[in-house]
Ligand binder design. Sequence first.
Ligand SMILES: *[C@@H]1O[C@H](CO)[C@@H](O)[C@H](O)[C@H]1NC(C)=O
Ligand SMILES: *[C@@H]1O[C@H](CO)[C@@H](O)[C@H](O)[C@H]1NC(C)=O
Length: 295
Amino acid sequence: MAIALPKMSVLLCFCVLVMVGLVSSARFDELFQPSWALDHFIYEGELLKLKLDNYSGSGFQSKSKYMFGKVTVQIKLVEGDSAGTVTAFYMSSDGPYHNEFDFEFLGNTTGEPYLVQTNVYVNGVGNREQRLNLWFDPTKDFHSYSILWNQHQVVFLVDETPIRVHTNMESKGVPFPKDQAMGVYSSIWNADDWATQGGRVKTDWSHAPFIASYKGFEIDGCECPVSVAAADNAKKCSSSNGEKRYWWDEPTLSELSLHQSHQLLWVKANHMVYDYCSDTARFPVTPVECQHHHH
Ligand SMILES: *[C@@H]1O[C@H](CO)[C@@H](O)[C@H](O)[C@H]1NC(C)=O
Ligand SMILES: *[C@@H]1O[C@H](CO)[C@@H](O)[C@H](O)[C@H]1NC(C)=O
């Protein structure tokens, strides 16, 4: 009997975790809808392709908004000459004091590497760019890009390898995004004024259309219906009030695991090409949220 008891509690705990209402799917139209240029969408079974040509880019957005959880999409970026194009995958809330977590994939000329730029906006303020190249060619195959968000951190992951962590440092007076529900978005557009090699390389429209392909759409978060007041959604989506326990609030997810910390160090050492945290020309005083990276 002494052995049966812990087993039982593991089982109960598992049930509670499974029961909490989550949305998860691999199908585009269950979770998302086109937001602009519907004629630039190509549906091929499980695959969705977004097209950019000299008339228009295109984009989609989630039907719902969410607080906390994890969103993942698999993307195969524009093959060949993608210079001047940007493909973005991001979460954002609305309004002038919005929060935003961005992946922006900056195209390049044929054979030259894509760059991944990430950014975090809190209360309408961004300026937290980091840029890295990848350890694979993102135009050859699908790779998964995820954002994990809980009360303690926002983690950007590429194929489950963390490439960036934005830690909750409210205790040091740094605001952390945790009060606004966010939508999930993706788009492709022309940004040849800045995207490729600092804007020096322009989009070559003779290579259009530029196509980004998507599959494996997953949102595993706390859904926030627009009909429900923001404060009530925030209450519902927080494990700290009441009996509900969301998986992303498990203590093990309040920081990276040791293995993940090692992965992040490896990414920073080998793939990071720009970090606002070390741009002293731009920020003579190191932003407070950066200081923690040096512990
Ligand atoms: C777009 O490109 C096509 C094919 O190259 C060309 O015929 C058309 O005039 C272009 N349209 C615009 C608005 O530039
Ligand atoms: C494009 O390739 C050049 C040359 O390899 C590189 O310096 C640059 O960082 C790459 N990415 C972008 C987005 O410009």
